[in-house]
Design a protein around this ligand. Sequence first.
Ligand code: 13P
Length: 258
Amino acid sequence: MRRHIIAANWKMNKTLANVREFLIKFVKWKNNTEMQVDIIICPPSIYLMEASTLLYNTDVKLSAQNIYFENAGAFTGEISAPMLKSIGCYYSIIGHSERRAYFHETDADVNKKLKALLENGMNAILCLGETLHQRENGETKNVVQAQLSADLYGIESRFFDNIIIAYEPIWAIGTGKTATPEDAEDVQKFIRQWIANKYNQTVANNLRILYGGSINHNNIAELISQPDIDGGLIGGASLDKNSFIKIVEIANRIIGGK
Ligand code: 13P
């Protein structure tokens, strides 16, 4: 039985005061709620240290939005896996489409970042997904398959306890256009099948595959009711604490009643 995840990707948003206010209120709410899902918060790296302190002794997981693949050295401006670990942050998003598009990250970079996380005993939220052009040309599954193959190159099955995959169709990110639950399920089922073929059925059955792209409190229920959608990676609708709490509440109710 896979435990669902609701993850907040704050991208490049919030001030320190906003972060404090959100996390203090969220933890208070969460402590009075029976949680049926796992929560991961991904703040900008400058706030990870503060967030780590505020989330200390809670079961809310903390994640970076990106890492560099070397452990240390002359890489001005970058942050490594061991640095994150040293502040109590054991997760990072890698391969987000915004990093691929604006910062020219390749699948080879994503693969090195994945290896850096896994070799340091950390967890990855590996993002992938197709552009609108690719979807309209019927290339979605080919694109996703190519990303899976390149991003997971050389990764052994024993590491899969530390990998979460997030399917994020680029045309659905920040656009208000959510993939229909059926479309998202179709691709996510394909991803699980690909993993089953490449590794084995147990790895595939245990792998948590999230959907991301314009999730909000109106569409979360239908999305996570799909058999291969094990939660959501949420951008815009995770910024406001009330909006995020509402999404978690709905997820708790749906998953609790499953
Ligand atoms: P939105 O929820 O704002 O569409 O962002 C999704 C996303 O990119 C999460 O990583």
